[in-house]
Ligand binder design. Structure first.
Ligand code: ATP
Length: 296
């Protein structure tokens, strides 16, 4: 069995009356790339803060490399490369100072790799971080998160507000390489098309709850968008197990479906309808079906 890098069991976190995390459980195996998706306020950052040991589980438990991140911060944080949406970099430093400063924290820092990344990201040593563009700062943060070859790379909305070239650096060049080296990546994003490009596994959270947790390949095989025409107007769409979301009116309806398609065909026939088209769906469409919201 593959080694578990992350084990979250029945995690609950409330802020005042609001349940930001509502009984979340999942595991993450070494070498995989997990895409964590959810609307604004879904609970992604709160979950990541628990993984980093910045928040203590109110109920349930979080184990990273088998350790409790609140009880053993050095044991956990020394093995995690973290890049947050904000960047959190000391803006008064130059790039070379940031590199020297970060290297001092991590015994596993690889100066050659750091140099390669600096070149690849086009960061000049004497540039002040405060004078860099948002994209260049994200690259500098990424360099620091990567150069000590962490076992787990944690990216919280890494592409938020960045241009496509920086996003490509972060996603294709970085995430896949890391996973190919047998290290593990968890990244949260609104950009579902990007999550789809690089993830092995996807967890969707909505209102602090997991609504979908599966391998991307299974998701791709299980979900369909099906257009149906009924003989008579339907006031409300039929209630069928397997239907995630209906849209339409009168005789014409579209359903996002995850289940046995022959069951749908028989149910549609029984209601004097016929299936017009049937196609696979993007992660974006599945997300909208579950969360009913905008994804960008
Ligand atoms: P975004 O994509 O906007 O960053 P998110 O999915 O990361 O959203 P969280 O930041 O985890 O969501 O927030 C989840 C919920 O918990 C939100 O309703 C948020 O307002 C609330 N919340 C988070 N941190 C706190 C806090 N320190 N105090 C009070 N409420 C909080």
């Amino acid at each position: 069995m593959a080694e578990l890098i992350l084990e979250v069991k029945n995690l609950v976190r409330t802020f005042g009356r609001r349940r930001a995390i509502d009984d979340i459980s999942f595991t993450l195996e070494r070498g995989s790339v997990l895409g964590l998706v959810g609307q604004n306020g879904a609970g992604k950052t709160t979950l990541i803060k628990h993984i980093l040991g910045l928040l203590r589980a109110e109920n349930g438990s979080v184990r990273v490399f088998g350790l409790d991140p609140v009880a053993d911060p050095p044991g956990v944080l020394s093995r995690i490369g973290y890049l947050s949406e904000e960047g959190d970099l000391p803006l008064w430093m130059k790039v070379e100072e940031l590199v020297r400063y970060s290297a001092a924290f991590y015994p596993g820092w690889d100066p050659k790799y750091a140099e390669e990344l600096q070149k690849q990201f086009g960061l000049s040593s004497d540039s002040k971080l405060g004078a860099l563009s948002k994209g260049q700062r994200a690259r500098a943060g990424l360099l620091c998160a990567l150069a000590f070859k962490p076992e787990l790379l944690l990216l919280d909305e890494p592409s938020s507000g960045l241009d496509p070239v920086v996003r490509r650096d972060i996603l294709s060049a970085v995430i896949r390489t890391i996973a190919d080296e047998g290290r593990t990546v968890l990244f949260s994003s609104h950009l579902l098309a990007e999550v789809e490009q690089v993830s092995d596994r996807v967890i969707m959270i909505d209102g602090g709850r997991i609504v979908l947790n599966d391998d991307l390949s299974n998701i791709k095989e299980a979900y369909f968008r099906i257009d149906i025409r009924f003989e008579a107007n339907q006031e409300v769409p039929p209630t069928l197990p397997g239907s995630i979301h209906w849209e339409g009116k009168g005789k014409d309806w579209t359903v996002i479906w995850a289940g046995d398609q022959s069951a749908l065909t028989s149910a549609v026939c029984a209601l004097k309808g016929r299936i017009l088209t049937n196609r696979g769906v993007s992660l974006d469409e599945i997300f909208v079906a579950y969360a009913g919201g905008c994804t960008q």
